[in-house]
Design a protein around this ligand. Structure first.
Ligand SMILES: Nc1ncnc2c1ncn2[C@@H]1O[C@H](COP(=O)(O)OP(=O)(O)OP(=O)(O)O)[C@@H](O)[C@H]1O
Length: 259
């Protein structure tokens, strides 16, 4: 998955970061990130707090411009495009914090996801389609979004992210602050997104669940990709288990980790 040069570009690569550097002022946070995301796959980024995982997502969605290197999407260098231009190309970003408008209804929030579309009939049709994928949207359609539980709100955020029929969904810590049952539902929804052909770049502190749902994964450390592999291979990696999967690690990784 990690790519060292554009020579490894293949038609199945949707997103390709090469030697990407970025920061928020003086000093760089990303110090040369190489990462390739294959169409239709879920790629999970894990790593310690402050490694730059969310910053990677921001350089893809355009909330932050990369200082160096290239960000290729569908083969196009999108590094100088605005967030809106990237949105129009099919890149949506679901941030870590709750992002629904709490006093608006669930339905109104979902409709907001289509705000760049001028075809109102299409927006309505998409919302109906999205409500079939995420039943909470139909069930709580008229409820104020702020009255939903955290897990339900996250489902509505995921639903809203589909309104532009995106090619790439950037998910920043979707399970943060959720109870175990809601977490399970959110990861099941993420798996369904990929089953429906979406591509997902996921940042997750809950590394075990993130890796379990991911086709491919990368460990980001101090602004660089330190390790890549399939989600399963990272789950089985003793060093990853020791550093990121915590004391509750089970299976061969845990056995090695606790020796
Ligand atoms: N808007 C900002 N302005 C200045 N510094 C920032 C800003 N956002 C993030 N940073 C800094 O950039 C570094 C990387 O942050 P980032 O959020 O990308 O890390 P992360 O790997 O996602 O970690 P976490 O799991 O804690 O969210 C941190 O030191 C953080 O303080």
């Amino acid at each position: 998955m990690a790519a060292e040069s554009t020579a490894s570009e293949t038609p199945t690569t949707l997103l390709h970061l090469s030697a990407v550097t970025a920061g928020y002022g003086a000093g760089l946070i990303l110090k040369g990130v190489d990462l390739a995301v294959t169409r239709g796959e879920i790629v999970c980024l894990i790593g310690p707090n402050g490694a730059g995982k969310s910053t990677v997502l921001k350089t893809v969605s355009g909330l932050l411009r990369n200082a160096g290197g290239t960000v290729l999407f569908n083969g196009e260098d999108i590094g100088r495009l605005t967030s809106r231009e990237r949105l129009a190309r099919g890149i949506v970003h679901v941030p870590q914090d709750r992002s629904l408008f709490p006093t608006m209804t669930v339905w109104e929030n979902v409709i907001m996801g289509g705000f760049i579309l001028s075809n109102h009939a299409l927006v309505k049709q998409r919302a109906e389609e999205v409500a079939e994928i995420f039943p909470i949207v139909a069930k709580r359609r008229s409820a104020a979004a702020g009255s939903l539980s955290g897990g339900e709100q996250k489902q509505v955020e995921l639903a809203r992210s589909l309104m532009l029929d995106p090619a790439l969904i950037l998910l920043d810590e979707p399970s943060i602050g959720l109870d175990p049952k809601s977490r399970t539902s959110v990861f099941a929804s993420i798996a369904n997104l990929a089953r429906d052909g979406r591509t997902v770049l996921l940042v997750e502190q809950n590394a075990r669940s993130g890796l379990a749902v991911a086709h491919m994964a990368a460990v980001l450390e101090a602004g660089r990709v330190a390790l890549t592999g399939t989600g399963q291979s990272l789950l089985d990696d003793p060093e990853v288990a020791r550093l990121y999967l915590g004391a509750s690690a089970q299976g061969p990784s845990a056995a090695l980790a606790t020796r």
